[in-house]
Design a protein around this ligand. Sequence first.
Ligand code: MG
Length: 408
Amino acid sequence: MNPSRREFFLTAAGAAGVATAADLSAQETAKPQAAVDSLRQKTGTKIVSIETFHQGTNVGFVRLRTDDGSEGVGQMSPFEADVTATLLHRKLAPLVLGADPGDFEAISDSCIEKNYKFPWSFICRGLAGIDTALWDLLGKKHQKSVCELLGGKPRPIGVYGSSMRRDIKPADEAQRLVKLRDDQGFQAFKVRVGKVTGHDEDQWPGRTDELIPTIRKAVGDQVRLQADANSCYTPKKAIEVGKVMEQHGYFFLEEPCPYWELEWTAQVAEALKMHVAGGEQDNDLAQWRRMIRMKAVDIVQPDIMYVGGLTRALRVARMAAEAKLPCTPHSANLSLVTVCTLHMMAAIPNAGYFVEFSIEDAGWTKDLFAPALVVKDGKVSVPAGPGWGVTVNPAWLEKATRQVSEKK
Ligand SMILES: [Mg+2]
């Protein structure tokens, strides 16, 4: 970030009346890497069973058990959960059964390296289930929340209301955001611009040009606004849209260009004063290193599930911290990904300002776990633990397809 952009960063934070740079530095007491280092020790137990549960495609859970009867529950990446579960039992379970849960980093690495002909997407989706179950198990073993394992403290954290909709007229979007601001105290929102992988097209002609000022006018200057282009634009068009967003005091533009075009994204980041955010789809840590090194983004957004679990998301956050960049993970639905993200954001020293919190009623995330996440005064409390601090609904598990791999 060049000096003018840093200035914008601080000014925008102050103008929004929310977290400031001082708040950010106050979190630097947390030392997640030191905490991870101290956790990385043998427990003297072995993983003896791995169960998966899914109800078709939307979401699936993983339960691990060790030979001393300890257990932990995690979640695979949402979407195509049935395929992910099949792959988990075939390609990952044989590598994990018999391992010591204290070797979580080695387990994570071996699941990637031993599957080097099938890297990333589905391997990481399955690994996320195993890794997040391992962290739950370690938390329960130590009688601490995951956030505390990482040196943080469960507390209410600011969330931004994240719209997933492009089929909504700007005036209707503005109306529902104003209601959320007034009813639940949201101080930040993200809306959708352009069209998903849209080759510069808008969802319908003129929607984005109308949306940007309409939302700002409706919610007022004190609310932080952000927009996601979901890989829509060429650099030229992204810069054009970004400059309009800047005129209306938006804080960041997310995934402006096809996410695999790092050089394009870097061009946009260089041209705009406003921040560019991205990385949710990226699960290759070497690609993350390149992205951060070339300053393609100003705010890094790993998705704990897509990237392969908390262990790998923490590595991305650490790379970002070393480059002095904030990390605000992608958590675009109300499954366990948001719970895990709250724990992580309460612990990492370079946490960005708000946790992403979907404002959509996705249906499939309803009653997945308890206690439910509740927004109050624009904040959501990190579940207090132990582990992730939530219990997956037993009735949901009862109805799910169960598959098990066991240590012979
Ligand atoms: Mg996004």
